[in-house]
Design a protein around this ligand. Structure first.
Ligand code: ZN
Length: 286
């Protein structure tokens, strides 16, 4: 039944899944620029690393305010107009707790692209970036010292993790809401599937239930480990139907759609992790 349901998905959804995500073309330097422009109240758009119209306008506004040539091109003078924030390019100094600026914002964006987001993109190296950096270092097999030096920055130039195991849609007739990737001034770590309250949510693949309960912003959350380090997560549930430690098959109902935790309306936040790194679930779905 479910198989038939997702074969009947609108063509738009199937086609959209094939389109490369914004993260593929995003530039961490542009993301850092956006953070700097945002901090000065010149930019209200998403921190997405893409020089769109809103970013262009913000650059020109900055240039006009600094009384330099208004050409929308970010050269040395424009960087200087951003003050202390833009002084250090990524890779020119080791980054650790207490640092702030352009290079930290670049690092923060790269960590998110690799599956380790750290809340609001602010370019301030606090405990949130420290935790994300250490998790990335562990994931990459590096020394987990919380210092972003050449080895860590080198590892961040390699592509983000791929998904080893295919998954099924966790819902019949799913509607795709917010995607994985930049969202406002944060990184959305999964996909949102808006659905009426109480809609059944199904395991996307067989595995062991490793979490079934409250988890902060996720609200009522179920996490299932599938092997090969891959986990699927079902958040904001109104009810949980499985217990930790139980092995379940694909298509088993894990709970019902809700709006618990940090959710503005009923939807399933579906997240996939590979050895702790958030990956784009659409890459694992048919
Ligand atoms: Zn979400």
């Amino acid at each position: 039944m479910r198989i038939r349901a997702f074969l009947a998905l609108p063509v738009v959804l199937a086609a959209a899944a094939l389109v490369p995500q914004a993260s593929a073309t995003a530039d961490p330097g542009v993301a850092a620029l956006q953070v700097g422009l945002h901090a000065r109240g010149l930019y209200k758009g998403p921190i997405d690393g893409i020089t769109g119209r809103a970013t262009q306008r913000a650059i020109r506004r900055l240039q006009a305010r600094a009384r330099i040539t208004v050409d929308g091109v970010v050269g040395p003078k424009t960087r200087r107009a951003l003050g202390r924030f833009a002084r250090h390019r990524l890779g020119t100094r080791p980054l650790r707790i207490g640092r702030a600026g352009w290079d930290v914002a670049s690092l923060q964006f790269q960590l998110a692209e690799h599956g380790f987001p750290s809340g609001t993109f602010d370019g301030i190296f606090g405990p949130h970036i420290d935790a994300a950096l250490r998790r990335f270092q562990e994931w990459a097999g590096l020394k987990t010292d919380g210092v972003a030096g050449p080895a860590t920055l080198g590892a961040l130039t390699r592509p983000p993790p791929t998904i080893p195991l295919r998954l099924a849609w966790p819902m019949t007739a799913p509607v795709l809401g917010d995607r994985f990737g930049p969202r406002g001034d944060r990184w959305h770590s999964g996909i949102d599937l808006p659905a009426p309250m109480g809609t059944p949510v199904y395991a996307a693949r067989a595995g062991e239930v490793v979490w079934a309960g409250w988890h902060g912003a996720y609200g009522f959350l179920v996490a299932v480990a599938h092997g090969h380090g891959e986990r699927s997560m079902y958040a904001h549930l109104s009810r949980i139907d499985v217990r930790v430690g139980v092995r379940i098959g694909r298509g088993v109902r894990v709970g019902l759609v809700g709006a618990t935790g940090d959710a503005t309306g009923p939807h399933l936040h579906f997240e996939v992790r590979v050895r702790g790194a958030c990956v784009n679930p659409l890459r694992a779905l048919p």
